[in-house]
Design a protein around this ligand. Structure first.
Ligand code: ZN
Ligand code: ZN
Length: 323
């Protein structure tokens, strides 16, 4: 990919009216691990999957039967206390194709609402509303809805659709470890792209200057935050700057790059008008608390080795104390 700083600069040079379409992209991921409290009815639904039993609940007021079992009726709000076993077969009421495969809306026999699950070994073009499907069970239960691997087309004729009261329910699964994960591609765009190119190729930090207030914005952006006019000129700023504010991070969080405690600061680089958020290092935390003030000068310490083209290529900013 030809995204060196010089080509970018050239592309951006003519008034920024013609911004390049080609921008570096990085793979991003948002990951959120947490513990899910399943709720009363769903805790039994999950536990009974290991016994190849599908548990629903019936509303005493409107008689609706829903799967998975719920604590309250979605139609009338009534508390649902009757748990039932429902047949592990039903018919298709709808289907769609996703990147992960074909999903079906399945009306299990004896129920009043659709259960969404994946359809196995099917071609979208061959599917019809009303086709019979039956659950395929996983070899080993994990206490998740995927204990039903999915539903497959079923030749057997429909049963009588009878539900039956749930007897001897399994020990409920009241908590589940959960990991919400979202993989995505993030395009830096021409502004951050140029900054990161400059860092990767020559450890150079660039900002964009506003033609009206003449502020140099770092990280660079296309519009001035204050004047709402397009920036247009690339400016190199120094590897040195001044701390405006700082904080000590003690909290641990997912995706953290550094081990706490560490010093986090808002830094205005010499030649820039805006604050860049980074870390302060080369000093221990207690000393930092004692010595660092708004106005303390700092310089960038670059990581050894091949730069990756991110702000993490700056290991930290180290304070410069005048004796
Ligand atoms: Zn109801
Ligand atoms: Zn401005």
């Amino acid at each position: 990919m030809d995204t060196t700083a010089s080509t970018k600069m050239q592309m951006l040079g003519d008034g920024l009216g013609s911004t390049p379409n080609e921008s570096p992209v990085f793979d991003g991921r948002i990951e959120l691990p947490y513990t899910l409290t399943t709720g009363q009815a769903a805790s039994v639904f999950l536990a009974e999957l290991a016994n190849h039993r599908i548990v629903g609940s019936r509303c005493p007021t409107c008689s609706d039967v829903v799967v998975p079992a719920q604590d309250f009726c979605a139609a009338c709000g009534e508390r649902l206390e009757d748990l039932l076993l429902v047949p592990a077969a039903g018919e298709l009421t709808g289907f769609t194709e996703t990147a992960e495969g074909v999903l079906g809306m399945i009306r299990l026999d004896g129920t009043s609402a659709d259960f969404v699950h994946q359809l196995l070994d099917v071609e979208l073009a061959d599917l019809k509303v009303g086709q019979r499907v039956a659950a395929r069970w996983a070899d080993e239960a994990q206490g998740s809805v995927l204990d039903i691997v999915g539903f497959e087309l079923d030749e057997a004729p429909a049963g009588n659709g009878e539900t039956s009261p749930l007897s001897n329910p399994a020990d409920p699964i009241v908590e589940r470890p959960y990991r919400l994960r979202l993989d995505y591609k993030h395009s830096y765009g021409p502004y951050y792209g140029t900054l990161f190119d400059g860092i990767a190729t020559s450890r150079r930090i660039q900002g964009s200057r506003c033609p009206r207030c003449e502020c140099v914005l770092v990280p660079p952006r296309e519009y001035c935050d204050v004047c709402f006019v397009r920036t247009g000129e690339w400016v190199d700023v120094a590897n040195t700057g001044v701390i405006k504010a700082m904080s000590i991070i003690h909290l641990e969080f997912v995706g953290q790059v550094r081990e706490p405690p560490y010093v986090y600061a808002e830094i205005v680089l010499d030649g820039a008008a805006t604050r860049l958020i980074h870390t302060v290092g080369g000093i221990d935390v207690d000393e930092a608390i004692e010595k660092i003030r708004p106005g303390t000068a700092v310089r960038a310490v670059w990581k050894d080795g091949e730069p990756k083209g991110t702000l993490e290529d700056i290991l930290y900013f180290e304070p410069i104390f005048e004796d």
